[in-house]
Design a protein around this ligand. Structure first.
Ligand SMILES: [Zn+2]
Length: 370
């Protein structure tokens, strides 16, 4: 017989979510991200957690850690949305959909987690080994400052639960993710007057155009490898042969073999004009999150719980990375345990209020039983 847990209270979930959403927290502004972290740390302290600020800006909240491995929960306080987004994309409820920047990815996940932990407390339950929550400031930019802390925390954990959003517009959890990386190419040519002396110049933009076409050809969809130049900037004036151009490439891979092939391909590329130089930086920042046996077992457990609670969940491997990629290489990791919804990184970002409470119930049980 399972203990009975109090039902999630939607009004209270919404009140807490609104508090986090109305503090804008782009990854580029650690002070703003810190404001969200302060609120969440307050919630953790009110529940009696021991809280620490770790090197790199991650906060750690320890709830009743004992001997033996704990349950690790990975969350992030940053969003992809710049300051001022709330003016154009305000907090807005329409029927069962609650819109706003960072709602789905992943402020609702943080709020749901705290409500799940409170439900455990109210029922007098706590998992053996306790719960360690990490709240990182830089997930949306590849976790440069938090990766070491996440991997260190995974060493003491038996499982990692990640309340990132489920698969868009579904109840499906995430049991695999591609590895992600990015590269930046800095091309340097020779400037010259575009009308009087074009032959003295060496165009960095022409070289960039070659790079876009050549490097995107490294993609291999059958292997799950995608390559996309997502940013490009260069030139100084329309009538000057451009001596500078910069481009950034997004890379996703399903295997380390493919990651190596891309790494070699990007670094080996050279402009056809030998008066243009190319400097490459970047690389793979998250390893592929493979659907491991331990993760699939954890999913099966979640599925059985969901059925008992009266709903069906599935699972998928997805293209986007998360901090779960780091832990999946070490311990069973189940991702997508936040609120259902849609529109991560898009203007229609929202959570589904009709489905959210069920996923809080699911997370409550998993925290205890995983
Ligand atoms: Zn996220």
């Amino acid at each position: 017989m399972h203990p009975t847990f109090p039902d999630p209270d939607l009004n209270s979930l919404l009140k807490d979510l609104r508090q986090l959403v109305e503090i804008e927290s782009p990854s580029s502004d650690p002070v703003a991200v810190g404001r969200v972290m302060d609120v969440v740390e307050g919630w953790a302290q009110a529940m009696g957690a021991e809280t620490h600020a770790l090197p790199g800006g991650t906060r750690e909240f320890n709830f009743g850690l004992g001997d033996g491995p704990y349950v690790l929960v990975l969350t992030h306080a940053d969003t992809v949305w710049p300051h001022g987004t709330l003016e154009k994309m305000p907090w807005k409820q329409e029927g069962d959909r609650l819109y706003g920047p960072g709602t789905y990815d992943m402020k609702a996940g943080i709020v749901g987690l705290f409500h799940a932990m409170k439900a455990l407390r109210q029922a007098g339950q706590w998992p053996r080994g306790g719960i360690k929550v990490l709240l990182s400031p830089d997930e949306e930019i590849g976790s440069p400052g938090s990766r070491t802390q996440i991997e260190a925390a995974a060493r003491g954990a038996r499982v990692a639960l990640v309340p990132e959003p489920p698969v868009s517009d579904s109840h499906n959890l995430k049991t695999g993710r591609k590895g992600t990386g990015d590269y930046t190419l800095k091309l340097r040519g020779v400037a010259s007057h575009a009308g009087n002396r074009p032959e003295l110049g060496a165009s960095a933009i022409t070289a960039a155009a070659e790079a876009v076409l050549a490097l995107q050809k490294l993609a291999d969809p059958a292997q799950g490898t995608t390559v996309s130049v997502g940013l490009i900037s260069g030139g100084s004036a329309v009538n000057v042969i451009p001596d500078e151009c910069r481009l950034s490439i997004d890379v996703r891979v399903a295997s380390l073999t493919e990651a190596d092939r891309i790494e070699q391909g990007v670094r080996a590329w050279k402009p056809s004009n030998d008066r243009v130089t190319c400097e490459v930086s970047g690389g793979l920042n998250r390893p592929p999150f493979k659907q491991g046996e331990g993760t699939l077992r954890l999913f099966a457990q979640a599925q059985a719980i969901a059925r008992e609670l009266g709903f069906e969940i599935g699972h998928e491997s997805v293209g986007g990375g998360s901090d779960g990629n780091f832990t999946a290489a070490m311990i069973p990791t189940l991702d997508g345990l936040g609120s259902p919804g849609d529109g991560a990184h898009a203007v229609h970002e929202h959570v589904r209020l009709d489905r959210w409470p069920d996923h809080v119930r699911l997370l409550t049980r998993l925290l205890l039983e995983a």
